[in-house]
Ligand binder design. Structure first.
Ligand code: GLC
Length: 477
């Protein structure tokens, strides 16, 4: 395996500086592991207004965009464990909100282009430009078609695109051609055109040297119409360059023994302390301190997460004599539906419509069961985090959930949770019921399951090496 690789990791979200979802966790932890393994990895993200960390000025340069020159001020986060740059520009990022602005196309076109300008300005020529999701994907096109043509500095740099979620592709109008000063000839189905729109992710899929997604199963699923989000055709043309590497989680951040967010530290040797965390959580969220199984949910409240299945059988879940706690933000439809359940079952249900990292950790630690009945799930981190805290996941057998969770009723030796196959509320409820009955009637088995989960290894140890092997493969070709 190569030593001392130089990598620039380009991501719209990086934990803890800017986070809305799992992308941030990955961008905050994989580079760190690669640095530990001896590589020169640096991270870059947009300089959003909400980044509340001390930063030092590095340099500045001009970026040509929307037919004019605009200044990019490069800063770096002070004393970050991985050298992390932010690309600052008042016009694009001088307002609150990471996404959902009318000019997101231009905002992330700027990010993509400025990331390429950055490496020359700081004289860091990476072996691999590791692009993540649609926000950074146009950099692959710009590098291959323009920068490498014009400027010898850029020649030899290879690109990897990681798709964290194919549902989000960055569809914008044709005007992005002008924003990026690209000729009409790119607005064809073989390039960035997609149903009359400019598709950012497609620019990465077509022009990156290799592509990967965040689990082996999802890498296969996205080649089918069911999961392909209308991209299965273009992905098929790149099938031999498409890989699957399951994510890891940070075992430092998610460590029940040192986690500053949870009430009482514990590990698999003192599980009575986990029960103390449960009681403290019940108290904090206004539920009675009872022994009934506490079911936790921490998600963006979107269709992807299979919450319709939970809504469909909510009454049955309540009839099982359980408690339910949900934390998340998102689709108003789900926000309202769960708030209504809380009103209906105030003694059993607590719902928090917010983004709250601290409470999330408390739910991972204090719950008994964690739900992930996703319609699709590129990888999913919640199931791995919950296992680390001894909370047993219930998952649908899709994407990374299928690759990380084994149903204990089918394979006890390797079992670490409960799962179901069809996107069907009966199938989901059956899995949940099996979990609740095991918790209630077979405490010994449950304890074994909890301990096994806590001892399992879903850290980056293995997957970081898979990324290194993939980087090597790109560099050999
Ligand atoms: C996205 C996906 C999730 C994945 C995460 C990190 O949030 O929906 O499945 O774990 O990205 O790759």
């Amino acid at each position: 395996m190569s030593e001392g690789l130089k990598i620039l990791f380009v991501s719209a979200e990086v934990a803890p500086y800017a986070k809305t979802g799992g992308l941030a966790d990955v961008a905050g932890s994989l580079p760190q592991k690669l640095v530990e393994l001896g590589h020169d990895v640096r991270v870059v993200l947009p300089g959003y207004k909400e980044i509340n960390y001390e930063m030092d000025y590095v340099t500045d340069f001009q970026v040509e965009l929307e037919q004019r020159n605009t200044t990019c001020i490069v800063k770096q986060i002070t004393n970050a464990p991985v050298l992390t740059y932010t690309l600052n520009n008042y016009h694009y990022y001088g307002r609150y909100g990471i996404y959902c602005h009318h000019d997101d196309g231009a905002r992330f076109a700027f990010f993509s282009k400025a990331s390429l300008e950055l490496i020359k300005a700081i004289e860091f020529k990476p072996d691999i430009l590791h692009l993540n999701d649609w926000h950074a994907a146009p950099a692959a096109l710009l590098l291959k078609e323009y920068y490498q043509e014009k400027d010898p500095f850029y020649r030899g740099i290879k690109t990897l695109l990681t798709i964290h979620n194919l549902e989000y592709q960055g569809h914008f109008g044709k005007e992005i051609l002008e924003v990026l000063d690209l000729p009409e000839s790119y607005f064809v189905p073989e390039s960035v055109e997609f149903y009359g729109m400019f598709n950012f992710l497609k620019a990465g899929i077509v022009y990156s040297d290799k592509i990967n997604t965040v689990s082996k199963t999802y890498a296969k699923e996205i080649l089918t119409p069911q999961y392909g989000e209308k991209m299965e055709g273009i992905l098929k043309t790149r099938e031999s360059d498409l890989h699957g590497i399951v994510n890891g989680i940070s075992y430092e951040i998610f460590n029940p023994l040192t986690d500053p967010f949870i009430y009482f530290p514990y590990n698999e040797k003192n599980l009575t302390v986990k029960t103390k965390n449960k009681k403290a959580l019940q108290k904090e969220v206004g539920l009675p301190e009872s022994d009934v199984p506490l079911i936790g949910v921490v998600h963006r409240l979107v269709d992807q997460k299979g919450l319709n299945l939970v809504c469909d059988c909510f009454k049955q879940i309540m009839d099982l004599d359980t408690q339910f706690i949900l934390l998340g933000l998102g689709d108003p439809y789900y926000e309202k539906a769960f708030l209504k359940f809380m009103k209906k079952y105030p003694e059993k249900v607590s719902v928090k419509i917010e983004f709250n990292e601290e409470l999330a950790h408390k739910i991972y630690a204090g719950s008994d069961i964690f739900l992930m009945p996703s319609a699709f799930e590129p990888c999913g981190l919640g199931q791995m985090i919950s296992l680390r805290y001894g909370t047993i996941p219930i998952v649908r057998e899709t994407g990374g959930l299928k690759d990380t969770i084994v149903d204990m009723n089918y394979d006890f030796d390797n079992g670490n949770g409960f799962s179901f196959r069809d996107m069907d509320s009966k199938a989901f409820f059956d899995a949940l019921k099996r979990a609740v009955l095991t918790y209630r009637d077979e405490p010994g088995t449950w304890l074994e399951l909890v301990k096994k989960g806590m001892k399992s290894d879903f850290s980056w140890n293995k997957s970081a090496k898979e990324y290194l092997a993939l980087y090597d493969k790109i560099l050999e070709e």
